[in-house]
Design a protein around this ligand. Sequence first.
Ligand SMILES: *[C@@H]1O[C@H](CO)[C@@H](O)[C@H](O)[C@H]1NC(C)=O
Ligand SMILES: *[C@@H]1O[C@H](CO)[C@@H](O)[C@H](O)[C@H]1NC(C)=O
Ligand SMILES: *[C@@H]1O[C@H](CO)[C@@H](O)[C@H](O)[C@H]1NC(C)=O
Ligand SMILES: *[C@@H]1O[C@H](CO)[C@@H](O)[C@H](O)[C@H]1NC(C)=O
Ligand SMILES: *[C@@H]1O[C@H](CO)[C@@H](O)[C@H](O)[C@H]1NC(C)=O
Ligand SMILES: *[C@@H]1O[C@H](CO)[C@@H](O)[C@H](O)[C@H]1NC(C)=O
Ligand SMILES: *[C@@H]1O[C@H](CO)[C@@H](O)[C@H](O)[C@H]1NC(C)=O
Ligand SMILES: *[C@@H]1O[C@H](CO)[C@@H](O)[C@H](O)[C@H]1NC(C)=O
Ligand SMILES: *[C@@H]1O[C@H](CO)[C@@H](O)[C@H](O)[C@H]1NC(C)=O
Length: 319
Amino acid sequence: MAGLIIKQTPSVIFLLVSFWVQVESDYSQYATPEPKTSTGDGNHLPVVETIHFSGSSRPKPITVNITKVTKIVLSCNLTLLIAHKSPITGMWEKDGNKIDKREFDFDQNTSHLFQNYEFDFQNGSDAGNYTCVFDTNPKSEGRFEVQIPPIWTKNINEIRSDGDHINLTCKSDRYTPLYWIWSKEVKGSKVTLNNETGDRYYIHSLGNKSSLLIKSLIMDNTTYYHCDAVYEVGFSGLRIHLKVNSLVAAVIPFVCIVAEVLVLVIFILVCERKMKQKENLAEGEKIPEKLTIDELPDVTENGARHRKVESTSVQEMQN
Ligand SMILES: *[C@@H]1O[C@H](CO)[C@@H](O)[C@H](O)[C@H]1NC(C)=O
Ligand SMILES: *[C@@H]1O[C@H](CO)[C@@H](O)[C@H](O)[C@H]1NC(C)=O
Ligand SMILES: *[C@@H]1O[C@H](CO)[C@@H](O)[C@H](O)[C@H]1NC(C)=O
Ligand SMILES: *[C@@H]1O[C@H](CO)[C@@H](O)[C@H](O)[C@H]1NC(C)=O
Ligand SMILES: *[C@@H]1O[C@H](CO)[C@@H](O)[C@H](O)[C@H]1NC(C)=O
Ligand SMILES: *[C@@H]1O[C@H](CO)[C@@H](O)[C@H](O)[C@H]1NC(C)=O
Ligand SMILES: *[C@@H]1O[C@H](CO)[C@@H](O)[C@H](O)[C@H]1NC(C)=O
Ligand SMILES: *[C@@H]1O[C@H](CO)[C@@H](O)[C@H](O)[C@H]1NC(C)=O
Ligand SMILES: *[C@@H]1O[C@H](CO)[C@@H](O)[C@H](O)[C@H]1NC(C)=O
């Protein structure tokens, strides 16, 4: 008698993310004294996420965003499409390391394999990729990416010039942190910035958005800045590179172009002058100025003669 025979139904692969919450009263013990964003009494509800998948499909990973100390229940529900020998081993891995292993029999009648993993998310070290693995052939696995929600900024690399100002802004979408921290890297370590750090920093944080305004950048200030959104369970941060070019560096290309144009214009002018001088020289050889002045009386005579010729020719034409 074969262990299990299941009809090879069309591989309807469906991924169902179910999210439900139940009140669990004994979780207040983990609550930190001042949860600014708390929804109420400080009781944290467990987060339950389930991946449903079938066969040896690789379902899309589920992202789980955590900002508060919470109990987390991750579940995998695998529908077998082909016969397997029972028992099948199931296990959980975190970032590739085995964290929980057990063997289990499954309901042969329903052909579903089910395993869950429960843990308390306390701090950033609990974030990671949690994978349920079923020892089927081939292996079946579902992945959960448990994280403190990432933040974002428009440009992770900023370039400015000496004397410019800059407004670095970080956003955390719909997850409002308890507070924001801005810092800059000085010799590899973070130095926290605030309005009092220097007269150039202005930090403005409001809910899910925070900005650091630096007035009048100096070339020396090329460095990395960090913005961190701090939640009850830890922080989510970004490292922004700010490059400040010297004003000289910024205008060098412009100066080069201007210089090129100037050189060209001067060259053209010089050439034109040279050519004009040559022309003048050539013309000067034919009619030297002295001569024209000396022959001035002749010119009038010639003119009179011309007039005579003209009048005779006109008369001839009339005749
Ligand atoms: C697994 O999912 C199936 C439906 O896909 C459902 O009938 C079954 O009850 C689930 N098993 C568990 C333990 O949740
Ligand atoms: C499986 O189904 C059969 C009848 O179809 C029933 O007798 C048996 O108890 C069921 N097994 C389980 C574990 O539910
Ligand atoms: C995170 O919490 C664990 C206990 O769950 C503790 O051992 C560890 O030191 C904590 N890590 C940090 C960075 O606070
Ligand atoms: C989790 O997996 C994603 C995608 O493979 C990867 O980008 C990320 O770095 C992983 N996180 C950890 C903590 O390993
Ligand atoms: C988790 O947070 C990130 C960043 O805010 C967001 O893009 C993503 O949609 C969130 N995922 C879920 C499942 O809420
Ligand atoms: C900085 O930019 C953000 C977003 O573009 C804006 O909300 C904020 O008012 C700006 N701050 C200053 C001081 O200009
Ligand atoms: C910040 O939160 C407000 C509501 O609190 C929301 O309307 C807004 O869309 C959020 N901003 C972003 C960038 O998600
Ligand atoms: C810093 O100064 C700006 C502008 O004066 C102000 O809007 C902001 O609230 C101040 N931030 C802090 C943390 O005091
Ligand atoms: C930039 O660097 C100069 C000198 O190194 C320092 O005096 C100034 O406070 C710095 N300004 C900023 C905004 O970092």
